[in-house]
Design a binder for this molecule. Structure first.
Ligand code: DGL
Length: 256
């Protein structure tokens, strides 16, 4: 069974891509909704959350885990891996590979504040190609907005807010935008409207593509969805985002 982890609904797009690419794989999605948003927390707290999530996947007996959270990938992948004690992949390396391959130079990385402060994407990009010019921009409140259903491109209040947050990115004149948080995919149309013609790379999509290439589809194609708090709220956010089929059963395991 393949485990997929995020703090909320963002990783569901990674889950959907994996379900499409590996229809026979048994999948278990765990969202730590009790403690979302991770990106507003300190590195020490994120490392603790990552350890506790990793332990849960060990308890569930996952064969491997895809961390579909940019924040844990940036700050606490080693802690997650040590606690899970099984193969674990993050979202940074696959996204960086895709961006490098495309030959772009000026890369605007949009992520949670904790991820931006870590400079993990920036370092991974320049480590592969020192000619890349990255700029990480932390985007406060994007994750709570998305979780609450605010992502429509034609919402003027939303566009005005995200325009304000993304203003430093506009003066940077990027060749490409890397979405370093798996939730941000839902804001793609709104972000693109502020950066017309600039290609977007999504870390979650890149990670799902990379995993689907190496994983063999085996099992009965089952799906289990587990959260640490508010299963009804999670289901309605997921349905609203078109990220889970209506009527999916969501279990609640409570906080650690
Ligand atoms: N989807 C998570 C990420 O990719 C959101 C983190 C959060 O809860 O702030 O970073």
């Amino acid at each position: 069974m393949i485990g997929v982890f995020d703090s909320g609904i963002g990783g569901l797009f990674v889950l959907s891509a994996l379900r499409a690419a590996l229809p026979e794989a048994d999948l278990l999605y765990y969202a730590d909704t009790a403690r979302l948003p991770y990106g507003a927390r300190s590195p020490a707290l994120i490392r603790r959350f990552a350890r506790e999530a990793g332990e849960r996947f060990a308890g569930w007996g996952a064969d491997r885990v895809q961390v579909a959270c940019g924040t844990v990938s940036a700050l606490a992948l080693d802690e997650f891996r040590a606690a899970a004690n099984r193969p674990v992949s993050g979202v940074i390396a696959p996204a960086v590979r895709e961006v490098i391959k495309s030959g772009v130079r000026r890369v605007l990385i949009l992520s949670t504040e904790a991820t931006a402060r870590s400079l993990a994407f920036d370092r991974a990009l320049t480590g592969e190609d020192p000619g890349i010019v990255p700029l990480s921009l932390g985007c406060p409140l994007f994750v709570p907005l998305i979780e609450n259903g605010f992502f429509a491109k034609n919402d003027p209040a939303l566009l005005s807010f995200i325009g304000r947050v993304l203003a430093p990115g506009q003066t940077f004149l990027p060749d490409a935008i890397l979405l370093g948080c798996t939730h941000f995919r839902l804001l793609s149309p709104a972000i693109s409207s502020l950066f017309p013609g600039v290609p977007l790379y999504d870390c979650g999509e890149a990670a799902a593509r990379a995993l689907a290439k190496t994983e063999r589809s085996q099992g009965g194609g089952s799906l289990r969805v587990v959260v640490s708090d508010g299963p009804d709220r999670f289901l309605s956010a997921a349905e609203n985002a078109g990220a889970l089929p209506p009527g999916t059963v969501v279990e609640c395991v409570g906080e650690v």
